[in-house]
Design a protein around this ligand. Structure first.
Ligand SMILES: Nc1ncnc2c1ncn2[C@@H]1O[C@H](COP(=O)(O)OP(=O)(O)OP(=O)(O)O)[C@@H](O)[C@H]1O
Length: 280
């Protein structure tokens, strides 16, 4: 999608003071999404809705475009066509209509950064700062936060580390933590921004099998608390138990979607059946 850069920041988005009532709109709306990397067409017209407070698990073979779809949701990838709305807001763009024709303007980088800050993301590799303790990682940039703000950030970080079961590891450095503990710190760090949406990109696939359960348990708690979550994962048990919607992707398209009782337990499409027979 090529669009001119938005020359200004709309006042409502600058201050964040005007909050529309969006309780009736889905948290995520992906429409006819295309993503190309050079000549490689990775997403070929994806449509997806994720309701508020629900959990959507995306399954699919390697290279089917799952991570790319997730990255398009928070503007880590610039989309080639279609649109992504999060909480009713067009990610990265603003629409204007002039004499009946609609144009898209790329938003100012500061507005994009603000949009992104409402979305927490957890990656396969934990991406923690190795020279910072668990607590400092969750506080993120302790040197930039001073005075009262710093003590509030610290209290919040301690609360989040307790929530992920790491109260006794706050002063440990990443190298002193197991993979499962590091991933739980990464989840606490993503939560520190008070996100409205959490994206998980294969959060357990870099972990030893015995550590997977502790991370999935934290994610399950988060789901119970009402967080909207989109999770790329091959953990079929988690999908069956926690997901409201399961999406099966292959070759850049959504082949099948629905509740786990349909997509996992009674898939209609041959490609879904074939995939599940390999992972189960
Ligand atoms: N930055 C990039 N540049 C070029 N091609 C890319 C880039 N990122 C992803 N791709 C290609 O896009 C396709 C889909 O990749 P993606 O990581 O989204 O798949 P996936 O379903 O998440 O796979 P996996 O389960 O292996 O992580 C792959 O063919 C990949 O090589």
């Amino acid at each position: 999608m090529s669009a001119p850069t938005d020359p200004g920041i709309p006042d409502a988005q600058k201050s964040g003071s005007v909050q529309a009532d969006r309780s009736g709109t889905p948290m995520v709306e992906v429409r006819e999404l295309h993503k190309e990397f050079g000549h490689v067409h990775v997403l070929k017209g994806v449509d997806l809705e994720v309701e508020r407070g629900s959990v959507c698990v995306i399954l699919g073979p390697s290279g089917s475009g799952k991570s790319t779809l997730l990255r398009c949701m928070n503007e880590l990838e610039e989309i080639t066509g279609g649109s992504v709305l999060v909480d009713g807001e067009l990610m990265g763009f603003r629409e204007t209509t002039d004499k009946g024709s609609t144009r898209l303007h790329r938003l100012h980088p500061r507005v994009i950064a603000k949009q992104r800050s409402r979305i927490g993301m957890v990656f396969q590799r934990f991406n923690l700062f190795p020279h910072m303790t668990a607590l400092e990682n969750v506080m993120e940039a302790p040197v930039q936060v001073r005075g009262d703000a710093k003590s509030k950030a610290r209290a919040r970080a301690l609360e989040l580390l307790e929530r992920v079961g790491l109260s006794d590891r706050v002063d440990h450095y990443p190298a002193q933590l197991s993979g499962g503990q590091q991933q739980r710190v990464a989840i606490a760090r993503a939560l520190a921004m008070d996100p409205e949406l959490m994206l998980f990109d294969e959060p357990t696939s870099a972990l030893d099998p015995e550590l997977v359960g502790e991370v999935l348990a934290v994610m399950q708690d988060l789901a119970r608390s009402g967080m909207t979550m989109v999770v790329v994962s091959h953990e079929i048990g988690f999908a069956r138990e926690v997901a409201d919607k399961v999406v099966f992707m292959d070759d850049g398209v959504i082949v099948e979607e629905g509740p786990p009782s349909e997509v996992i337990d009674a898939p209609r499409e041959a490609r879904t059946k074939d995939f599940l027979s390999h992972v189960l």
